[in-house]
Design a protein around this ligand. Sequence first.
Ligand SMILES: [Zn+2]
Length: 379
Amino acid sequence: MTAKPYGPISGSAILKGIAGHNAIVMAANVRIATVAEGIFRAAKDTDSVVFMELARSESDLKGGYTGMTPADFSARMRKAAQEVQFGTWALHADHITIKKGDAAEIEGTKQLIDAQVDAGYTSFAIDASHIFNFEGKNVREELAENIRVTAELARHIRSRMKGEEFGLEVEVGEIGRKDKEGLILTKPAEAVEFIQALNENGVFPDVLAIANGSTHGHTYDANGNVVAQLSIDIPQTRAIARALRDNHLDVGIAQHGITGTPRDLINLHFPKGDIIKGNVGTFWQDVVFDILKVYEPALYRNIQEWTLEKYRPLNPGKKDNQIFDGNCKMAIREFFKDIYAVDEETNRAIRARAYAESLVFFRAFGAYKTASLIRKSTG
Ligand SMILES: [Zn+2]
């Protein structure tokens, strides 16, 4: 990709540049591209570096559930960045998920990566955390397949990037996985073993996603009402960061599933510097739907009806509010044309709301002034 003004820069330059500065880079999953301009404008006004990202489920060669292919997503993010004239950001492939690790799945994954590279992505998250050998006799055996698949795909990215620097995120411990006792958390020894093994294979990630008590999407009470997420285990996160440092492993932590965590808690209590990347996804979808509710009530009602009709039969016993909440993301593709065809008044409200919310996130993340920090370090 030729570098156009305000195009994305290497994710590695950002993550390496921010390490040690008590700041977290916000990574926004922009499922509906309209919010991007508001996020970029807030980033510019507060001098905050930012990642724009979509996971494989959200954006793949067929468009994923957002209806955007990697090329579509890249084009929309670049357009928004140019509109705002802000160029200190990375275009990131969140959750390139591999569930089995067989040859066919690896091959399909390489095709997705190729499309992301061709679309000018500057950062990649390989997630083979689902492949876990519960019969393994030690940590290395439990993680062997995750290590093998992650290393193979990382090498593929490197060969496709042809010497260009890129960000690399890897994952150990499936986020949100539960057993009888509740969420299963990553142990410090697992994180250390995983990164050591990757380093031995010539793969040096910038950032490691761990399971530390968050879940993707909203958190619910017993009645299916959305409640604040207070489950992120901060001592465990610090312990993992410390273990990595003690073993001289140069890698930060990526916090996934931040939606629902009160921002005053993030502001005062998150271990910034241990956590260097924070993913915020569902929140931005809520921003759009909240605006549509008031500005486009007919469209919003159609989205509600479509979602409930489709997902009620699949969720017996669940209340409508939780069924809608958990599945309305699937309506983004179905109503793609309508969502992007709303009038300027609606779009203005979406952008303004995204702007205001981004200010608060950047502040809570300690990200103000990080953009010029990165620009200085990258020359
Ligand atoms: Zn995630």
